[in-house]
Design a protein around this ligand. Structure first.
Ligand code: FMN
Ligand code: SF4
Ligand code: SF4
Length: 594
């Protein structure tokens, strides 16, 4: 029995800030001070507050230390662990006034969250199956194997209202039913952990923080639909997630929770890991299966859908990581419990990866129906530096931008589609007045052009032509007729592409034209970028306020500024690369940007 527990986040964000070094230092000091039997150090998955990592929480006090460094460990051990005095300088503060110790659940960041898929992230050691079991782990599998029929399991999932968290929002229970009813000598269960959207890291965090939850759900799915084999398709760029999946697999096999004759029930189920090479299109379900089969990851026409003819031509159930992470809780707590959360057509919770211009960058899980305002202002802590909110981008390259006018719309699958965006897998990038919406559309188009597999012409050629038009506009050569041409091309690409990548690639363009047409017009007609982002449309010049101090001329990386001491300086527009260094360096605010 330990008197204190020190939890250190071992998620990718904190690990990249040397949380492993922090854990090693705690272990070393506790050993040196003969405290290893009294105090336990535990590496956990992500707490969610990536912006202030590395995060350390010490129980039983629940002291929440943020931005901890290896050099701080001495003080935490000597002051907090040995003398019982909190290290106030390291306590997490949500604002300057608040210096009291707060339990994580009392912070504004957590108060409006409901953690179902993330319930064990930041709570248990993901590399220790016993900790998962202590938190009801594998109870749902046992219940399914010993108390429920296959149809009863599928009925519970159907009744819960769970919809796929990978983007499309297809009803999970219905997908399980189709795969269960499909005829085949062999069936497969797969998890999609490809997560290629820029800004998304929900699935990585679930696998890093609670891999057994996904393994347990896949075994339940296998039992329910009649499959004995499954695949975890995870991108190779997620080494921590891959390692933890490997460890979890070994442990589950050792405990008889995977493999032959699970818990003596006669049910066999085994899982293998397949690494993706980082192509966005391999997240598309048919491309993913083609990739697992050992071929180049290109989509295949649907129908037939994977439930009927999927991996190796057999009926296959594919779900997203977060979708699976909900399953064990639904089985244990019941369909009514799950469907009591959320909106009429979108039940439960959704994990979002908050990024961009937001104070609390990190992972949040909110009940469906929470408004954008609550996510950004209450949970996310608002926009840094007092800047104004302009838009939130959801759904990654397939999604769209939600402007401030929709700040109070309850977030769910249908509302997001109605306003021209989509839930996607859960990336949410917040933008402020300094973001150019034409540039944002260009950013996502550059991504889809790069990631298009090239199998079909509307996507391969169409997205490239669309990008060229955006480049024309951001370089000041656009014409008003380009807007109509672009819109027409968008609908052509959407209607004629083979897979979801092409079918949704124009969404960022369409939604920015819909909500920020004035910005396109400013680029085309006024030849100005209102947010001062598009370099070709910027001009730096020096006003009469110049004192001739020469500072800007000395800082300019390309020698574009000339002038004598104490005389007005001048910028050579042909040499200027519009880096803005001179404007930042001038103490007399004599340099202006138009
Ligand atoms: C281009 C493209 C990329 C996709 N990437 C992912 C992904 O990374 N993860 C994911 O779960 N689903 C992704 N999907 C959706 C999958 O095709 C599929 O619908 C999903 O994995 C099904 O699981 P769900 O029903 O649990 O959402 C992608 C779809 C497209 C068209
Ligand atoms: S839509 Fe794009 S990604 Fe999909 S098959 Fe066609 S070329 Fe490939
Ligand atoms: S914007 Fe950059 S390149 Fe242009 S004058 Fe200023 S410092 Fe030189």
């Amino acid at each position: 029995m330990f008197r204190s527990h020190i939890l250190v986040c071992g998620g990718t964000g904190c690990a990249s800030n040397n949380s492993k070094g922090i854990i090693a230092k705690f272990e070393q000091l506790l050993k040196e001070k003969n405290l290893e039997k009294d105090v336990q150090t535990i590496m956990t998955g992500c707490f969610g507050l990536c912006a202030v990592g590395p995060v350390v929480i010490v129980y039983p006090e629940g002291a929440f230390y943020s931005n901890v460094k290896v050099d701080d460990v001495d003080e935490i051990v000597n002051e907090h662990i040995i003398k019982g005095r909190l290290v106030t300088r390291l306590l997490h503060r949500e604002d300057d006034k608040n210096i009291a110790v707060k339990a994580l659940s009392d912070t504004n960041f957590y108060k409006k969250q409901t953690r179902v898929a993330l319930r064990n992230c930041g709570v248990i050691n993901p590399e220790n199956i016993d900790e998962y079991i202590a938190y009801d782990g594998y109870q749902a599998l046992i219940k399914c194997l010993t108390e429920l029929s296959k149809q009863e399991i599928v009925d519970i999932i159907k009744k819960s209202g769970l919809r796929g968290r990978g983007g499309g929002g297809f009803p999970t229970g219905l997908k399980w039913q189709f795969t269960k009813d499909a005829v085949g000598d062999e069936k497969y269960v797969c998890v999609n952990a490809d997560e290629g959207d820029p800004g998304a890291f929900m699935d990585r965090s679930v696998l890093e923080g609670d891999p057994h939850a996904v393994l347990e759900a896949m075994a339940i799915a296998g039992y329910a639909i009649g499959a004995n084999k499954g695949y975890i398709y995870v991108r190779a760029e997620y080494p921590i997630a891959v390692d933890r999946c490997k460890i979890a697999l070994e442990q589950a096999k050792e405990y008889g929770l995977l493999g032959k004759n699970i818990l003596g029930t006669g049910f066999d189920f085994d899982l293998e890991i397949r690494l993706g090479a980082g192509a966005f299109v391999c997240g598309e379900e048919t491309a993913l299966m083609t990739s697992i089969e050992g071929n180049r990851g290109e989509p295949r026409p649907r129908p037939p859908f994977p439930a009927i003819k999927g991996l190796f031509g057999k009926p296959t159930l594919l779900n997203n990581v977060e979708t699976y992470a909900n399953i064990p809780q639904i089985i244990l707590k019941g369909a009514e419990w799950f469907s009591s959360m959320g909106t009429e057509k979108s039940k439960g919770t959704k994990v979002f990866a908050l990024g961009g211009k937001i104070v609390n960058t990190g992972l949040v899980e909110i009940p469906m129906g929470t408004t954008l305002r609550e996510i950004i202002e209450d949970i996310g802590g608002g926009i840094p530096k007092g800047k104004k909110f302009k838009a939130a981008q959801t759904g990654g390259p397939s999604g769209g931008c939600i402007p401030a006018a929709h700040f109070d719309i309850p977030i769910d699958y249908d509302n997001l589609i109605a306003i021209g965006s989509m839930m996607g897998s859960g990336g949410m990038i917040v933008m402020d007045e300094d973001n150019c919406m034409v540039d944002i559309a260009k950013f996502f188009l550059e991504f889809t052009v790069e990631e298009s597999c090239g199998k079909c012409t509307p996507c391969r050629i169409g997205t490239r032509r669309l990008l060229e038009m955006l480049e024309k506009i951001t370089s000041g050569k656009g014409e008003m007729s380009d807007l109509d041409t672009m819109e027409k091309l968008c609908y052509y690409i959407k209607d004629n592409s083979l897979c979801g990548l092409g079918q949704t690639a124009p969404n960022p363009v369409l939604s920015t034209i819909r909500y920020f047409r004035d910005e396109y017009v400013a680029h085309i007609v006024d030849k100005k970028c209102p947010a001062h982002v598009c370099k070709s449309l910027l001009k730096y010049s020096i006003t009469d306020a110049c004192k001739g101090c020469t500072k800007c001329a000395r800082q300019c990386p390309v020698g574009a500024i000339t002038g004598k001491v104490k005389e007005l300086h001048v910028i050579d527009q042909n040499k200027c690369i519009k880096c803005g260094v001179c404007m930042d360096s001038c103490s007399f605010k004599a340099i202006v940007r138009e």
